[in-house]
Design a protein around this ligand. Sequence first.
Ligand code: PHB
Length: 391
Amino acid sequence: MSIRETFRGAVVCAALILGAGIAHAQEVVKLGLVGEFSGPFAQYGGQMYGGMKAYMKEHGDTVAGKKIEVIQRDTGGPAPDVAKRLAQELVTRDKVDLLVGFGLTPNAMAAAPIATEAKVPMIIMNAATSIITTKSPYIARVSFTLPQITQPIALWAAKNGIRNVYTIVSDYGPGIDAEGAFTKAFKTAGGEIAGSARIPLQNPEFAPYIQRAKDARPQAIFVFLPAGEQGIAFMKGYNERGLAEAGIKLIATGDITDDGVLEAMGDPTLGLVTSFHYSAAHDSPENKAFLKAYAEANGTKLRPNFMAVAGYDGMAAIYEALRKTGGSTDGDKIMAALKGMKINSPRGAITIDPETRDVVQTIYIRKVEKTPGGLYNIEFDRFPDQKDPGK
Ligand code: PHB
């Protein structure tokens, strides 16, 4: 081979390598996952990511010719400044195409302006304060809103002979939404509010609030607390102070009987009626496939909860959007693809409302029952096609 030929060969070779490099760079879609992976809310990130992994296990990591790559970042809990910085770094330094995750409302709210500025779609996999989706046209939410899940339990209570309720909520966005939605729907249905309390989000002390609620002698207490450890502590206090013995019923949104902690809460939860969009006991082929994929991807130690389902559905929405855009990650194109999208979720069919970019879905009324597989939220009534009532 002449020197000239060797040189030409090397050039071709270099061009091929370079070309392959460029082609490779174009073929990755990066998802910046901002979640709570440590501290008292660590289950949030774990469940969301677990659901995402389940989807990828089932459907592969390539869609529309692009490989999906997840870059994980931990806010360490409710930390808006950290969430905002992480979102900013993911967009500017890591060049992510979408932001996903966000378990807690303050973290989602703080990152919203980054999505707007960068025109990067932001898929909310939990944070459920109603107002969040109005904070950026690049936000779509695949989870739920507090007013959406609260109104059904208020109507159910009023229809089932409950006339007088004391409300206890966590003192931040979703709790204030829940208190407002419950009060409005319950009063409209003829009910009375005996009193209301708001408990701090961080390091809450439940006993004094539970005692005050007991002293007000309501027929029932309505509770919203962020899923996880707080529900366990609240149920302990409810038992220790003998509210059931005093004839005070408990009703709640399904955050409190979160599938991830229900077993740890134990028998005191038996009979507890809640309203929610997902139960691991939901009977459908989609849910069976989800439970199987979740166990395969994450092991069987943790039962998947509503955040895992939102992680799974969030990935379904992203895959479908990428198929529709032919693999383009242009923010406006992805948002257009998401609007009006229907997904056969493990919770039942859901639609991303094209106006609000929130999910329209069935809300179930459930009761905790003991089954051969342990404690589960068993669905027994439903409110189909529920939107956020305030939107
Ligand atoms: C929220 O911060 O928006 C949030 C967290 C946990 C829940 C529901 C809402 O269970």
